[in-house]
Design a protein around this ligand. Structure first.
Ligand code: AGP
Length: 609
């Protein structure tokens, strides 16, 4: 996600801004910029690319001034480009803004502002903010900002700067982090602690619905009605490296815990206000388009492939279109039967996986329509595909994919529902049921993350086994495959996922006394069958850890341990069942002293064949 910094004080703002943004580079970004007020005007310097390129472009001509804001952009709306980079200004350059998050109602606001004569330069949602400020400003900076905050919807952390109000920055946040660093004769604003920890450990952590007026001598915090809010100073006792991980020991654990926010971001703006339907503005497909599609391929690698398997289930069940799910490196060489009535969906967190990119090109060469589901705006796969639906998980740093997987499942479900709406292939009540269930998922993932101690215990108790099996049927089997990959790639345990019904056709020979078996039994439609497979492995003295919904009172009679996840529609439960498996893999890797974020032999983005 984007990085934000702000400075007001006696020092040179640009020095802090560039240094602070450097400390936020780990968050991942595709462009950077700063804006500094020199007492007369505001100078904005920004460009696509790395911070180093911005610094090179500035050379010795660093903006001078004691007040400024800066930004590193992780693109969501609008591809990476100089114009789409932040900071953004109003028509006259009197108001400048940096923003992290998504302004969900930006299209309506932009149309309203254009009608009033405002000129826009970028494709971003953010650019509505300085123009709104220009619209509402009548000399009272704070009141104008309050009016802007009342008009916008979505998730954001924002810093506003006004040429007419020297020495004063105003910031606010909703669902995105924002901290204020308290210095001596200077104060700092940042989206994350690493940017300010070298200057001060005394901070205010803003809460949702609060705004702060920051000058070099003080910080006034209030709510959107202007009522003052008393805040305790938070002393940061992390070291710089820990701060980059938000206080978590590893990026993987941080990203597992970021899943509620990532899912919420990926859902934002994609569900009708009344919860009745899915909205995918980036696609605007119609009945004619979908009636022309007679076959869908979902093509990906690794975890993205596992998300594709769940996507196959969703689309076939909801839209009643035949779907084949293929590993990209296999798809390319098996002469797939493709024509103009085929839709090929490629899934890739990085958007750079060479096998997936090559499969996409092959599908296009054979005449297929193509759609990319990716987490990186402007990536090679995003640019190559005819259309793109982005996951908005924010940068995923750990090699092991976690929040990318859950947000890929979200997009797969949105696609299935969207197609079902167009093809009238699912009753309206069923669509509403699933949409309303979707809205609960972020909270339910949070609940699943609340008590990790039992999982830590299992990881310590079974983490030194050299073999572990994962079994399940239907969607539970798809989740078993993902759980097995997580465990093997970061703990180096030989883990195997098997369709539970397939064990008796050979693999049961490997089930021996005390072998750990993770049995995922959340799918009611095949529950009894899964139970009988669990009895098969128990009869061979395996140790079984069951994954079940929290209304299940049966499973514990047949297994050694049970991990419960919140009850929800069986179509949605893979989004929850995968979380304990991610945590089990993480803590098993810790138990075995493995390098969790950078496991041996692996790379975050596989750009070689
Ligand atoms: C998943 O934990 C692995 N790191 C790996 O399998 C990954 O999912 C695969 O390489 C695909 O990467 P992509 O999603 O960036 O295309």
């Amino acid at each position: 996600m984007c990085g934000i910094v702000g400075y007001v004080g006696d020092g040179e703002a640009a020095r802090f801004l560039l240094e602070g943004l450097t400390k936020l580079e780990y968050r991942g970004y595709d462009s950077a910029g700063i804006a500094v007020f020199d007492g007369e005007k505001i100078r904005v310097e920004k460009s696509v690319g790395r911070l180093a390129e911005l610094k090179e472009k500035l050379g010795d001509n660093i903006p001078v001034g004691t007040m400024g804001i800066g930004h590193t952009r992780w693109a969501t709306h609008g591809r990476p480009s100089d114009l789409n980079s932040h900071p953004h200004t109003d028509c006259a350059g009197d108001f400048v803004v940096v923003h992290n998050g998504i302004i969900e109602n930006y299209l309506a606001l932009k149309e309203e502002l254009i009608k009033k004569g405002h000129k826009f330069l970028s494709e971003t949602d953010t650019e509505v903010l300085p123009h709104l400020l220009e619209e509402f400003y009548d000399g009272d900076f704070e009141a104008a900002v309050r009016e802007v905050l009342r008009r916008i919807e979505g998730s954001y952390s924002i810093v506003f700067m006004s040429r007419n109000d020297p020495g004063k920055l105003i910031c606010s946040k909703q669902d995105n982090p924002l901290v204020i660093g308290l210095g001596k004769g200077e104060n700092f604003i940042a989206s994350d602690i690493p940017a300010i920890i070298a200057h001060t450990r005394r901070t205010y952590i803003l809460s949702d619905g609060e705004m702060a007026v920051v000058t070099k001598v003080g910080v006034a915090i209030m709510n959107y009605a202007g009522v003052p809010v008393r805040k305790k100073v938070f002393e940061v006792n992390w070291n710089a490296e820990a701060a980059e991980k938000g206080g978590f020991e590893h990026f993987m654990l941080k990203e597992i815990h970021e899943q509620p926010k990532a899912v919420r971001a990926t859902l934002s703006g994609r569900i009708e206000k009344d919860g009745s339907a899915v909205v995918l503005e980036e696609l605007s497909w119609d009945k004619a388009f979908l009636n022309d599609v007679r076959k869908i391929f979902i093509v990906a690698c690794g975890t993205a492939y596992h998300a594709g398997l769940v996507g196959k289930y969703y689309i076939e069940n909801m839209a009643r279109i035949s779907v084949e799910c293929d590993i990209a490196s296999e798809f390319r060489y098996r002469s797939p039967i493709i024509d103009e009535h085929t839709l090929t969906i490629v899934v890739s967190q990085s958007g750079e996986t060479i096998d997936t990119l090559a499969a996409l090109k092959e599908a296009k060469r054979l005449g297929s329509k193509t759609l990319a589901v990716t987490n990186v705006v402007g990536s090679s796969i995003a640019r190559e595909a005819d259309q793109v639906v982005y996951t908005w998980a924010g940068p995923e740093i750990a090699v092991a994919s976690t929040k990318a997987y859950t947000t890929q499942l979200i997009v797969m479900l949105l696609l299935g529902l969207y197609m079902a709406q167009i093809r009238d292939s699912l009753p309206k009540e069923r669509i509403e049921e699933l949409v309303n269930g979707l809205k609960e998922i972020p909270t339910q993932i949070s609940r699943t993350l609340e008590d990790v101690d039992p999982i830590k215990t299992f990881a310590r108790r079974y983490g030194f086994n050299e073999h572990v099996f994962f079994i399940g049927r239907s969607l539970d089997y798809d989740v078993a495959l993902e759980g097995s990959l997580k465990l093997k790639e970061i703990s180096y345990i030989h883990a195997e996922a098997y369709a539970a019904g397939e064990l008796k056709h050979g693999t049961l020979a490997l089930i021996v006394d005390s072998l750990p078996v993770i049995a995922i039994a959340t799918q009611k439609s095949v529950y009894e069958k899964t139970l009988s497979n669990i009895k098969e492995v128990k009869a061979r003295d395996a140790v079984v850890i069951g994954i079940a919904s929290d209304t299940d009172t049966e499973l514990e009679k047949y297994v050694d341990h049970v991990i419960k996840v919140p009850e929800t529609d069986e179509m949605l439960i893979p989004l929850l069942a995968v979380v304990p498996l991610q945590l089990l893999a993480y803590y098993a890797a810790i138990t075995r002293g493995c390098d969790v974020d950078k496991p041996r032999n692996l790379a975050k983005s596989v750009t070689v064949e």
